[in-house]
Design a protein around this ligand. Sequence first.
Ligand code: ADP
Ligand code: ASP
Ligand code: MG
Length: 418
Amino acid sequence: MPLLVMKFGGTSVADLDRIANAAEKVKREVERGYDVIVIVSAMSGKTNELVGWVETTSHLYDAREYDAVVASGENVTAGLMALRLQEMGVPARSWQGWQVPINTTSAHSSARFVSIPRENIDAKFEEGFKVAVVAGFQGLSEEGRITTLGRGGSDTTAVAFAAAFGAERCDIYTDVDGVYTTDPRITSKARKLDKIAFEEMLELASLGAKVLQTRSVELAMRYKVRLRVLSSFEETDENSGTLVCDEEDIMESKAVSGVAYSRDEAKITLVTVEDRPGIAAGIFGPLAEAGINVDMIVQNISEKNYEGHTMAVTDMTFSCPTNQVARARKALEDARAAGTIVYDDLVVDTEVAKVSVVGIGMRSQSGVASRMFAALAAENINIKVIATSEIKVSVLIDRKYMELAVQALHDAFELEKV
Ligand code: ADP
Ligand code: ASP
Ligand code: MG
């Protein structure tokens, strides 16, 4: 029997009516002759609420208990979706992560898949069940504890199941009808793309476009999963939405094909760090051990004979997600107390955002960075940190200018035009 994976995100299962709407879409595919694995998210807002409860209860919380709490949102929607399908006459069964079992690493709140054995679900299909509804975002660690895969992780669950079960396609149903040149909530000029290359989608996702979780794109690329993003609120067919595909399958080669942003960035500066070999390792080693996702890094020119210091000093700046600032600060203060690093002050700016332009065309076309800086300058937006790679340019700016910057860049690179 051919098999499809259909994933419904938070807004697509936000209430009982929407679950019923999603179930209709599943039923239609069953009627077309597919066995279906449905991956569900928690109802929209639920995961945020659960995270809030954890953070209010415990500031530097135990990640195992965080996972135990935040994984629960998906359990509710999985059961409800199975019930709804049964009411419609579709034989369906729900699965929590541990029941499959979805085996993951023990990296709580950012676990990675180890294996997804097929036996239990296959046995149910053989019994005559047509749909397996699986709770997204969660798994089971080697120690037998519940894990989660990081925010937006249900996308990754969907792709992993598509790979494990050899699905014909992995359809990601969400509240937009595809992948756009930028978040359509920021500018009405955003244009829907029929296709996007894996590499570009990977960059956009990792730079903040939350329409797909980064890891889901990585897995789809590695296991050659046909991955599609489409609307759960509109009528859809085989041609709807955006197909994420190989670079060779795309004709156009604009320098920039998308603009991404990440709102929740913080900039941390270690002021007057004693500059000697091993200093970067002394700073970023403890941060890595504390699980901080350090992104951009800038080291200033070092200054000699600075007052009160026996060696040259420098300032070191890096960015990380705002919700990791407390942990980062603790890791650095502990390293300073242990004498591994010496610095005068630690300055945190939590009011910054990252805006990036992405495009595989950048490999062959020059001048993207200067065009980007000119567009931002024309809006009087000051750039605090810059980072580039082969197919992206990112800048850190004051958060209050984030929307303006995205709009200005979308205009500057003429992304509304095909
Ligand atoms: P779900 O709950 O279905 O997983 P998400 O909220 O995680 O949905 O992702 C969908 C959202 O991603 C859209 O509502 C949109 O605001 C946002 N988004 C950001 N960048 C893009 C983009 N380039 N194209 C489409 N949507 C985007
Ligand atoms: N519910 C989880 C989240 O909000 C996972 C997901 O929806 O993909 O992050
Ligand atoms: Mg999502």
